[in-house]
Every structure is written in C-alpha cells, then in structure tokens.
Design a protein around this ligand. Structure first.
Ligand code: TRP
Length: 327
C-alpha cells in the first residue's frame, strides 16, 4: 500500500475553508492509504525564533484535527519534534543540497524579502527539512497545495540525488497529489475569492453561534437580480457555494429558485445560512472543547503517534546509514 505523509503547520484555528479543503481529504485518505500526519513545529522556527506558546499551538491544532475526525487508530498523528531521526536525515540531505538551488527557491526569496534581518540557514534549508519529513517514511504521495509545488520538486530531486550518489533505488520519488476527494474551495464572506486566516474573512470551527451569525449577516451582497435567471455575480455565488456545503439540497434549491425569479431576500438567505453553518460546526466545536480539556488524551495520541512514526523513521535511517557507509 502506498504511503502518504502530510505536514500541518501549527498556525491558529481551523476554519470552514480548511475543513472542506484539506481536512475532508485527510479523512478520506486515512481509509485508503498508509497515512502519517505530523505537526511541523520545527519549521515554525524558520520564521518565528520565539514561537509564542509553541506547546499550546501544537495542542490546539492537534485537538482540532482530532475533533474533525482524524483517527489516530487509522493513521498516526505526531509532532515533528518528537521524531529526532528526521534531523539526521536532514543533515545527510543537506550535505548534498547546493546553495544555488536552495537560494533560487521562490519561498526562500519571498521570506528573505519579508524578514531581511533574519535570513537564517533554517529558512534556506526549509526544503531539505521538508524533504526529510517526507523521505523519512519513504512516502509515495504528499497532499499539498500549489504553493508547495517547488518544495515538492526539491524533495523529488533530493530523493533522486541520494539514489544516484549512493547507487541505490532506496527513496521513491514522492508525488504531489490533490488527494482522494477533490477539495471544495470555500469562498470568503467579504466577496473575495477564498476563505483564509490572513484574509480575515474566515468562519472558524470554534466560533460561537453568535459570532457566526454576525459574520454571515455582514457578508457582502448586491442589490439583487433584476432579470429572471440571470447569472450570479461572484459575491452571490459565494453565498450559494456555502449553502451548497452546509445546507440541505432543498434549502439550496429554494433560494436558487427565489434568485432566478428575482424574489430573493438576502436577509432570509443569510439567516438560513448562518443557522446551517451553526448546525454543521456545533458538534465539531463541542468535540474540540472536549478534546482540548483532556490533556491526558492529547498526550497519549501524540506519544503513540511518535512511537509509530519513529518505528518507520528508524527503519529508514538504519538503511540510510548503511548506504552512506556508517556502520
Ligand atoms: N511546508 C508545508 C506548508 O507550509 C508544511 C510541511 C512541512 C509539509 N513539512 C511537510 C507538508 C512535509 C507536507 C509534507 O504547508
């Protein structure tokens, strides 16, 4: 069975866009592949030398993924820094990673521009650490977005290079894949293309009903259609896109017909949408609260995850050392 490795950045709380994008995919993948999920806490040091409460952000993201249905019995979930074997592979990969190619990476150039006073070696070697995360389990597939494509190309290059230098066929070339289910793009409520944390237009899974109502009621609309069956402008399409994922088919069709006959009242649509979002997120929010308050459970998940990941990492590293010529 093919192995899938997926890294999660511990940045803040999950929103609906994350849920219908990456997470739904993870839920499907964990049934179809040998998956390993990890929280990339080392990587955060490349941009934040003093991570604000690193432990807390790691636990938060772990609790939220578990609440969404990631199942540690199906696939280990571990914290990157619990599997030190990765560092040894990172070192070996760095010995055959060239300054020129690392400097040419777009993400490096971008971050170097953003933080000119902290262009550190970790930032430069971000792609080798990411390659180590993947190759340590000899993964075949990695679900990543477009923004990670160059890092994935580097990972493949490092895998090939290792095989060539040490005359072996040890590392598979990890393929990027969009996942088992085509991710649904969730729009923002401000009329902009995409829901995102940095866009400031997100509905979080932990948002209380009152907060959700306020956010939805503030969503941008237009003055309404004047011709029957007219095409929906983007801001209206966005509202319908949300209805599509959280409401029943009936509700969706009801408002679609109202739109087509120019009788739509956006206030009614928003009220319904808010209630349906609340209905959808409420059970997840409850589970997040439950899981977050159970420190022992979180500890156990992370510990078991790390043990399983280390088993796989250890097997890889024994072979890597032998191939290079150590012991
Ligand atoms: N670079 C990824 C991101 O920014 C996170 C990541 C680190 C990752 N290591 C990984 C993703 C290994 C997949 C596999 O989202």
């Amino acid at each position: 069975m093919e192995t899938v490795v997926s890294g999660i950045r511990p940045t803040g709380n999950l929103h609906l866009g994350n849920y219908f994008g990456a997470i739904k995919n993870f839920l499907k993948m964990q049934d179809e592949y040998k998956c390993l999920f990890f929280i990339a806490d080392w990587h955060s040091l490349t941009t934040h030398p003093h991570p604000d409460n690193l432990q807390k952000s790691v636990r938060t993201i772990l609790a939220e993924y578990l609440a969404c249905g990631l199942d540690p019995d199906k696939a280990p979930i571990y914290v990157q820094s619990d599997v030190k074997e990765t560092l040894e592979l990172y070192l070996f990969l760095n010995m055959n990673a060239y300054l020129g190619e690392l400097e040419r990476t777009t993400t490096f150039k971008e971050k170097a521009r953003k933080q000119p006073n902290n262009v550190n070696a970790g930032l430069l070697t971000y792609p080798t650490l990411m390659a180590a995360d993947i190759l340590i389990h000899r993964a075949n597939k990695v679900p990543v977005g477009k923004d990670q494509e160059q890092n994935m190309e580097m990972a493949r290059k490092f895998a090939r290079r290792f095989n060539t230098i040490y005359g072996c066929d040890f590392f598979p070339e990890p393929a990027s894949f969009s996942g088992s289910a085509e991710p649904i793009k969730i729009p923002g409520l401000d009329g902009s293309g995409k829901m995102g944390k940095s866009e400031g237009n997100a509905i979080y899974l932990i948002d209380e009903p009152e907060v959700i109502r306020k956010k939805v009621m503030k969503a941008v609309t237009d003055s309404g259609p004047t011709e029957p069956n007219s095409e929906k402008p983007e801001v209206i399409q966005n509202l319908f896109a949300l209805l599509k994922v959280v409401s029943s088919q009936d509700v969706y069709e009801f408002f679609d017909e109202k739109y087509n006959s120019c009788e739509i009242r956006y206030g009614d649509l928003k009220k319904q949408l808010a209630e349906d979002i609340i209905g959808f997120t409420a059970p997840i929010r409850e589970r997040i609260k439950e899981i977050s308050s159970d420190a022992a459970y979180l500890e156990r998940v992370a510990k078991t995850g790390a043990e399983k990941a280390r088993e796989s990492a250890d097997a890889t590293m024994r072979e890597v050392r032998r191939l290079i010529g150590f012991r």
